[in-house]
Design a protein around this ligand. Structure first.
Ligand code: ACO
Length: 337
């Protein structure tokens, strides 16, 4: 039995200014706007400059989430950053972010669960807030996949973009907030999505760099099949836990990887596609940032209403998945700017 309800008090997001369109990609690799649009739904994505890193966007998204929640940075007593593209292998980007926010002493750590990282981080934060040790958490999902993408590999480079999404979590009124959550992993699928070198299996050498082993390698169709299955199954289990029918789900905010994955999951679930928030056309797959970025846009659009049931569901490297079913509202200021 939960002692208190933990919910989202505010959202924020940040993306680079630089836009990379499908027409730009046509000049770099053998691809076409038509192929990318019909196979993925992506039209453009944002790409960080050389001087921008994960903390740049994590910071901006966090500032906006604080502002939208009406909470002072000093009230935050926990920071979790979900990322697979941290500023550097260590220290954690969450620690760098803590310092950028002018905070001291509070715990700050990174969490790696690929594109499922945002849901994982929210669930971990929820548990720590439930324990009563902490009162308000800043959770950020940030990834700059452009920094680990091979722009000679057309099967991956058209998919990815950069950005950050953030939420402030805290106690909300009874009946609101996180009603159900699910985390999962299928480690047997680790080979389908990985960066082979740079870890302890294959530390960086001249050869690993020459062989482009520091870039994302992906078995696209294996990931695709997993994604459709898990997005539908995880969402269904969340609905079952809370006792909701498809009609009672107001919004699904899915990981933004490919419109076809979202459409297939929608049809399996019997939830109309219009209730799936989609912005993959504008940003591509931003990994751990994608759900937070989409949730922030939905919140700012004014379409999200107090009391709406919102499912956030994602999948990613691991292979992992994460899902949350939230009753929106019950906080002071959680409906955006
Ligand atoms: N432009 C033109 N042709 C292309 C491109 C491209 N950018 N990329 C691949 N092709 C070609 C292939 O070479 C292949 O040609 P062939 O038939 O002559 O061999 C053909 O298009 C079809 O390729 P498929 O891989 O079968 O295309 P598919 O319809 O499966 O789409 C895609 C590929 C978009 C990658 C899809 O499999 C997908 O979205 N998978 C999931 C990816 C994903 O979500 N990854 C992120 C996980 S989250 C994370 O943690 C980062």
């Amino acid at each position: 039995m939960l002692n208190k309800r933990i919910g989202i008090l505010g959202t924020g997001s940040s993306v680079p200014d630089k836009v990379l369109t499908n027409a730009d990609l046509e000049k770099i690799v053998d691809t076409s706007d038509e192929w990318i649009t019909t196979r993925t739904g992506i039209k453009e994505r944002r790409i960080a400059t050389e001087n921008e890193s994960a903390s740049t966007f994590a910071h901006e998204a966090s500032i906006k989430a604080l502002r939208n929640s009406g909470i002072n940075a000093e009230e935050i007593d926990l920071i979790i950053c979900a990322t697979v593209t941290p500023d550097m292998a260590f220290p954690a980007t969450a620690c760098i972010l803590q310092d950028m926010l002018g905070l001291k002493h509070i715990p700050a750590f990174d969490l790696s669960a690929g594109c499922s990282g945002f849901g994982y981080a929210i669930s971990v934060a929820e548990g720590l807030l439930q324990s009563g040790q902490y009162k308000k958490a800043l959770v950020v999902g940030v990834d700059l996949l452009s920094k680990i993408t091979d722009y000679t590999d057309r099967s991956t480079c058209v998919l990815f973009g950069d950005g950050a999404g953030a939420v402030i979590l805290g106690e909300v009124e009874d009946g609101y907030g996180i009603l159900a959550s699910e985390l999962g992993a299928e480690g047997s699928g680790a080979e389908f999505l990985q960066i082979p070198a740079g870890g302890s299996v294959k530390p960086a050498t001249k050869d690993t760099v020459k062989n482009k082993e520091h870039f994302i390698k992906m078995a696209g169709s294996d990931v695709f099949k997993f994604a459709v299955r898990i997005m539908a199954d995880c969402t269904q289990r969340l609905m079952d836990k809370v006792g909701l029918s498809p009609d009672e789900v107001h919004w699904v905010v899915p990981h933004q990887a490919n419109v076809r994955i979202i459409t297939a999951a929608a049809s399996r679930l019997g939830i109309p596609e219009e209730r799936f928030f989609i912005n993959v056309d504008l940003y591509g797959n931003t990994s751990a940032a994608s759900i937070g970025l989409a949730l922030d846009e939905l919140a700012l659009s004014g379409k999200l209403k107090e009391g709406d049931h919102v499912v956030m569901v994602g999948f990613g490297a691991g292979l992992t998945w994460s899902g949350l079913l939230i009753k929106w509202g019950g906080g002071k200021n959680n409906v955006g700017e």
